[in-house]
Design a protein around this ligand. Structure first.
Ligand code: NAD
Length: 519
């Protein structure tokens, strides 16, 4: 079958399995605890990227529907914020269990709409699940601070309190993980949440919402609206929304950061990347080449932490032919096909953009060592496939170096020294992730300390921190001052209230007004 069949658990209100092959199903809104059909007259087609068949339609929610979503969150907030932290934790504990039980079903929806391989889609869910598990530590994470006896009979303490209604705007490339970076952290702190999933991949969010409801989250604590620019503007402008979490491109992220901040909201925006892997000649060759190929081409390069640029230092330049051989052996196929290493790109436009960037390399003097532009995948001739591509002799001035390609393309630069490599990485505007491959501890330490990038791997190609830490991309890869998940995530979704309290013995009562600033 060309189209994945999902189980009856998913055969709910948004993607009835029976209609996959006949009529086109519609994705519902999730408002006030109900999956409701939008009254919109504007709908966006959802395609299976492996076939380009239309598999569903997602509405651009009407103003009234978006208002209803925020009003529902606002109504639900006081009671949810007042629900004991232990009860909120219980909801999340049940939630993590339900996500585990439904992991494969969520993954199937991801492969269907996004195109990545099923194994990779399971990883997408799993990495989001880890954030939910971490959110269950709320009873430690949300602790305030105390300082007793700051003066006679006086104590000082702080609470971390929820903000109110928070919102999330998500990208297409991690349909489960990225929404799970957002609403579980916000909600466990006592906030309510409006989520706008990527209009290209709404299915996983809908199933995650159903599972959250089944875990006991009260109606209105999570609302989901769909749409594009109008929905984004609505979120940025709405006075009842206190904070926005955004993950996606720089173009959208900068805009949302500015517009949301202008309306007095907290905004955290994780954005684009150009991640460099620096290969030292003393590295373990076998391990390094495998790591590099996996991290450059996995998920067809559609990861913000894809290792899309290699810098081969000194003698490591000689490894290029072997790198090409390994990349050649990767199997490109529809994500649900056994043995597939990488699936299609998200849209025909994405494929065209990636191919144009490869073309630009040729025009600007680089060499194409491996060319995936003309690949044909048997049985999936209409899919948005690009095979692994390696461009060498790349200079930092070239378009294929400067742009985030977001496809299965590795650009390769060469330097004679580590210092030159560090300069290239630090001159690049992005600061999402980087990796060094070496067997020398001093080299690794020097690189980690001098490189101006927020997430560094030492012999680890995709150094995405686990949720007890935070996702700490920097420079042009991030706007805001508090990162996603970990302690920083809790800080983003809470505000401090500090209480100074004095309890005197009765006979110590002030005998006259204290008019001087207390010292
Ligand atoms: P995108 O910016 O096109 O879309 C993200 C969200 O913003 C979607 O919900 C979309 O509806 C909305 N949007 C898109 N264009 C908009 C605009 N002009 N104005 C207002 N809203 C807009 O991003 P994408 O293509 O879905 O995702 C890929 C990008 O996301 C890449 O640049 C990738 O590096 C980045 N990304 C970053 C991280 C990170 O943590 N740093 C993680 C994943 C993806």
């Amino acid at each position: 079958a060309r189209i994945l069949q999902v189980s009856s658990k998913v055969n709910s209100t948004w993607y009835p399995a029976s209609s996959f092959s006949s009529s086109v199903p519609t994705v519902k809104l999730f408002i006030d605890g109900k999956f409701v059909e939008s009254k919109s007259d504007k709908w966006i087609d959802i395609h299976n990227p492996a076939t380009n068949e239309v598999i569903g339609r997602v509405p651009q929610a009407t103003k009234a529907e978006m208002d209803a979503a925020v009003a529902s969150c606002k109504r639900a907030f006081p009671a949810w914020a007042d629900t004991s932290v232990l009860s909120r934790q219980q909801v999340l504990l049940r939630y993590q269990q339900l996500i585990k039980e439904n992991l494969k079903e969520i993954a199937k929806l991801i492969t269907l709409e996004q195109g990545k391989t099923l194994a990779d889609a399971e990883g997408d869910v799993f990495r989001g699940l880890q954030v939910v598990e971490h959110a269950c530590s709320v009873t430690s994470l949300m602790l305030g601070e105390t300082m007793p006896s700051i003066t006679k009979d006086m104590d000082l303490y702080s609470y971390r309190l929820p903000l109110g209604v928070c919102a999330g705007i998500a990208p297409f490339n991690f349909p489960a993980m990225i929404p799970l970076w957002m609403f579980p952290m916000a909600m466990v702190c006592g906030n309510t949440f409006v989520l706008k999933p990527s209009e290209r991949v709404p299915g996983a969010s809908m199933l995650l919402a159903k599972l959250l409801q089944d875990s006991g989250a009260p109606d209105g604590t999570l609302n989901i609206l769909h749409g594009q620019h109008e929905a984004v503007n609505f979120i940025c402008d709405h006075p009842d929304i206190k904070a926005i979490s955004f993950v996606g491109s720089n173009q959208a992220g900068e805009y949302i950061f500015e517009r949301g901040s202008r309306h007095g909201k907290r905004v955290q925006a994780n954005m684009g990347a150009k991640n460099h892997g620096v290969v030292m000649p003393d590295a373990n060759k076998e391990n390094t080449l495998n790591q590099l190929v996996g991290a450059a081409f996995g998920a067809a390069g559609q990861r913000c932490m894809a290792l899309s640029t290699a810098i081969l230092v000194g003698e490591a330049k000689k490894w290029l032919p072997e790198l090409v051989e390994r990349a050649k052996n990767l199997r490109v196929n529809a994500g649900d096909q056994p043995g597939a290493d990488l699936g299609p790109l998200i849209t025909p436009q994405a494929k065209e953009r990636v191919c144009n960037l490869i073309d630009s390399g040729t025009k600007e003097g680089a060499s194409i060592l491996l060319d995936g532009r003309k690949i044909k995948v048997k049985g999936y001739e209409n899919g948005n496939f690009v095979g692994p591509t390696i461009i060498s002799n790349v200079k930092p001035t070239m378009t294929c170096y400067k742009e985030e390609i977001f496809g299965p393309v590795l650009v390769v630069l060469e330097t004679d020294t580590l210092d030159e490599a560090i300069k290239i990485v630090n001159d690049n505007p992005y600061g999402n992730g980087t990796a060094i491959f070496t067997t020398n501890g001093a080299t690794a330490r020097k690189y980690s300390h001098l490189v101006d990038v927020g997430q560094v791997g030492v012999n680890v190609p995709i150094p995405v921190p686990l949720p007890m830490f935070s996702f700490t991309g920097s420079r042009s890869s991030f706007r805001g001052d508090t990162n996603f998940y970990g302690k920083q995530g809790i800080h983003f979704y809470t505000q401090l209230k500090t209480i100074t309290s004095q309890w005197k013995e009765e006979d110590a009562t002030l005998s006259s007004p204290a008019v001087v600033m207390p010292t």
